[in-house]
Ligand binder design. Structure first.
Ligand code: ADP
Ligand code: MG
Length: 320
């Protein structure tokens, strides 16, 4: 199969179609229209076999994750996704793999009403690069740098599940049988909080998605906004699967340092806090208050039931 046969068979006919795409796959460029009064948000992420996913990962999981991590970045800025392009490096042409990959991609474009507008297909080590673009009302982007002292710190969903899922996949953790699927799905098929991101636009001061771990990503907000935070670790939202699989110390370690959750971490002023429940009511996701910001630049303080709680550089924390 030649490059254009692959494109013509697996990608060109397999996408949700949008009215704002004048020219899609098949020409030298895609040509699209941005609605008046909106700005375009653009993000790119690459997944490389052996680096971002293990060799045995299914085509379905790879396609899902490649789209999800990009949509999560759009969500973190409050953008509404519109278009994706795909650069695919393949070691060889495996029709079964391509079939599973492209049908997952098609399902996702339909679910999120986004269109695959182009890409590139080359021979090389397995690697998937997706660029996602979305719309933002002018000047309404959610930034890492706009957090204010006194803001409450919130996170959507639950934390640490993907990291526990990874340990589970490598036989380095155990979980009750009936929780295994959930945990592996949290790792392989993350849910980008797209709707929550757009709902937070007018009420949150700052936002980031949790891709590297709560502490690591919160520090980006603290640095960019020059504020400090106190986080009450006993408030961290843990799934039932987490609570029934790991002891408390281990669960908190996953929740504080585990990556790949793709939840939204955001800060919101006291005045705006009341609007949160209504804003998230139709988003199918919960949000939990886990702490508060203060005016000490770049300082993160962890507490467990008001007592100091420490975490060392390897990510192991201690009950002080
Ligand atoms: P060119 O040589 O002009 O870059 P290509 O032959 O690489 O064009 O691609 C032909 C068309 O197919 C272009 O519209 C391109 O965006 C699209 N395309 C190529 N690979 C992919 C892919 N993996 N997914 C979606 N569209 C693709
Ligand atoms: Mg090309």
């Amino acid at each position: 199969m030649k490059e254009f046969d692959i494109i013509g068979h697996f990608f060109q006919p397999r996408s949700y179609q949008r009215h704002d795409v004048a020219i899609g796959i098949g020409d030298d460029c895609a040509v699209t229209s941005v609605p008046e009064g909106q700005q375009l948000a653009t993000t790119t992420d690459t997944l490389v076999e052996g680096v971002h996913f293990p060799k045995e990962t299914s085509a379905r999981a790879i396609a899902h994750k490649a789209v999800a991590v990009n949509l999560s970045d759009l969500a973190a800025m409050g953008a509404e996704p519109a278009w994706v392009s795909l650069s695919l490096s393949l070691p060889h042409v495996d029709k079964d793999w391509l079939g599973e990959f492209s049908s997952t991609l098609q399902e996702l474009t339909e679910y999120y009403s986004i269109q695959l507008i182009g890409g590139d297909t080359v021979k090389g080590p397995l690697s998937i690069t997706i660029t996602a673009q979305g719309f933002l009302p002018e000047g309404q982007a959610l930034r890492r740098s706009k957090a204010k002292p006194g803001d409450w710190v919130y996170v959507t969903g639950t934390l640490g599940d993907a990291a526990l899922g990874l340990d589970l996949a490598f036989g380095q953790a155990e979980a009750p049988m009936h929780h295994k699927n959930y945990l592996l799905n949290r790792l392989n098929m993350p849910t980008p909080r797209v709707l929550a991101g757009t709902q937070l636009r007018r009420i949150a001061n700052a936002c980031i998605d949790v891709s590297d771990g709560l502490i690591s990503d919160l520090k980006h907000i603290l640095y960019a906004s020059q504020v400090g935070a106190t986080i009450h670790v006993e408030k961290l939202p843990l799934s039932e699967a987490m609570q029934e699989s790991a002891n408390e110390e281990k669960a908190l370690q996953y929740a504080l340092t585990g990556g790949d959750d793709y939840e939204l971490l955001f800060t919101i002023s006291e005045e705006q806090k009341g609007k949160l429940d209504v804003a998230l009511a139709n988003c199918n996701v919960s949000a939990t208050c886990i702490g508060q910001l203060n005016g000490t630049p770049d300082k993160l303080e962890l507490k467990y039931n008001q007592a100091p709680f420490q975490i060392d550089s390897e990510g192991f924390q201690h009950f002080a």
